[in-house]
Write a protein that binds this ligand. Structure first.
Ligand SMILES: *Cc1c(COP(=O)(O)O)cnc(C)c1O
Length: 392
């Protein structure tokens, strides 16, 4: 007979989901109310307000999409791209590739600006592409490429786009809450994130935000948005300011309680302090990993503090190590993805997972596992190297 499912207790240090706070889990377990209940509507307004603060924007069209980050991506592309629009997409990992796929499926003309996996998007290449394609309408790029751990210069890229009159679509799934995101300061036109990375909420919701310029393009479309569910004109009937809260789809009521609580927690900590915490824990982890004799895929200047791609030492069975970490330490880290599959481990320090406790736990668990497997390493130094960062 099948009985209730009780998940094991894990420490989540992969590319997402990250550890979820008991505060968020207990918010999720509160009683369900109607998604048109005035009390629920009041909570929705608070969610929108807090999302604006997290994104640093005054964009009216800021709301959570009832589906994961990939749906936030589709929402931005499907609303902004019309058949024949030329779109410049920067690709330096898996998620830029998905952006490109969205463009071609929507009948857009794709211009791909490629960088190697592990590099940031090269700003001068984008400048060149914008010059070469004066008829381009949109520039799209991934701020925090989770498949490699590289951070691109969103401010510079948005500046280039704005100067040339292009709209921007920015993937902030892994960046929001972990490193600076400044939608109004950078002039981003469409941005999407996810709940399960640095917001440390349960998976399944995607916050999005659109500038007035983006809204204008959507309103002036010749053909309707080809997706009914993701058409912002329709969704805003439910989420919009002063909207009559018309039924569009049934909101994931309890998942939104969870998002509400995770945003309360982020703003209690403060954005700057959350970014500083991610930075500090990354520095400690990097010191430990490098002391052991391993190296990072991404140059120090372009590294994401919340996603650490570590090159697998020669001769080590990477899947075996991950298996032992899970089995003996209930610790999850990520495998490489795409071009980096089999070459790296991806160690996440996202949101609730970004703690001193987790950094030290990971370093010790990894060292013990290496020792068990007889891997040639610098033993007995990682902990000390990490602690020295905390003691500075
Ligand atoms: C995780 C991720 C996505 C996709 O989000 P899902 O919630 O898995 O659909 C998109 N872009 C980036 C950069 C991501 O890290």
């Amino acid at each position: 007979m099948i009985t209730s499912f009780y998940p094991p207790v894990r420490t989540l240090m992969g590319p997402g989901p990250s550890d979820v706070s008991p505060r968020v889990l207990s918010a999720m377990a509160r009683n369900t109310i109607g998604h048109l209940d005035p009390e629920f509507v009041r909570m929705m307004d608070e969610v929108k307000l807090m999302l604006k603060q997290a994104f640093k924007t005054s964009n009216e069209l800021t709301m959570p999409i009832s589906a994961p980050g990939s749906a936030g991506m589709e929402c931005c592309f499907v609303n902004l791209i019309e058949k024949g629009d030329k779109v410049i997409v920067c690709q330096n990992g898996v998620f830029g590739g998905r952006m490109a796929e969205n463009v071609t499926r929507l009948g857009g003309k794709l211009v791909l600006v490629e960088d190697s996996w592990g590099s940031a998007v090269t700003v001068s290449k984008v400048e060149q592409a914008v010059q070469n394609h004066p008829d381009a309408k949109i520039l799209a790029f991934v701020h925090a490429e989770t498949s490699t751990g590289a951070r691109s210069d969103a401010k510079a890229l948005c500046g280039i786009a704005a100067n040339a009159g292009l709209l921007t679509i920015v993937d902030a799934v892994t960046s929001l809450g972990g490193i600076e995101v400044d939608v109004d300061g950078w002039g981003v036109d469409a941005i999407y994130s996810g709940t399960q990375k640095c917001l440390s909420c349960t998976p399944g919701i995607s916050p999005v935000s659109f500038s007035d310029k983006a809204v204008e393009k959507i309103k002036n479309r010749v053909e309707p948005v080809p997706s009914w569910f993701l058409d912002t004109n329709l969704v805003m009937g439910y989420w919009g300011a002063g909207a009559k809260r018309a039924y569009h789809h049934t909101a994931p009521v309890n998942a939104l309680y969870a998002l509400h609580e995770s945003l309360v927690m982020l703003l209690e900590e403060g954005l700057d302090d959350a970014w500083a915490r991610h930075r500090l824990n990354h520095n400690a982890l990097a010191a430990g990993v490098e002391a052991m004799g391993m190296s990072f895929v991404v140059d120090a200047d372009d590294r994401l503090p919340q996603l650490n791609s570590i090159t697998i030492p020669d001769g080590v069975d990477e899947a075996k190590v991950r298996g032992l970490l899970l089995q003996n330490y209930s610790l999850e880290i990520g495998a490489g993805l795409g071009a980096l599959a089999g070459k790296v481990w991806r160690v996440g320090l996202m949101g609730e997972s970004s703690t001193r406790r987790n950094v030290l736990y990971f370093l010790n668990a990894l060292e013990n596992t290496f020792s068990e497997l007889g891997v040639d390493m610098n033993y007995g130094v990682a902990n000390k190297a990490a602690l020295s960062i905390y003691q500075q």
